[in-house]
Design a protein around this ligand. Structure first.
Ligand SMILES: [Zn+2]
Ligand SMILES: [Zn+2]
Length: 80
């Protein structure tokens, strides 16, 4: 790596190493966003879909939480 990770990434990595969070470093995006089916009007939404929650339950993992890391989940910087 040519550049050091940002403090945010480093914190996420440390948390993952401690087992506090899933070891996902890049911003987690929900399934529609991964398939470029973004919210046309940006709206905050969780990354985990019903299938993710069901899978977590089925495998005995804690329910996934957290917001989608996509631009279309962020409204603060967007114009209304
Ligand atoms: Zn999303
Ligand atoms: Zn999106």
């Amino acid at each position: 790596m040519t550049r050091p990770p940002t403090s945010e990434v480093a914190a996420a990595l440390v948390a993952a190493l401690r087992g506090e969070t899933p070891a996902i470093i890049c911003p987690t995006r929900c399934e529609p966003c991964m398939y470029d089916q973004h919210y046309t009007a940006p709206a905050p939404h969780p990354w985990a879909g019903p299938e993710d929650i069901e899978h977590a339950r089925a495998t005995g993992q804690p329910e996934p939480t957290g917001s989608c890391g996509c631009w279309c989940a962020q409204t603060e910087t967007e114009q209304r």
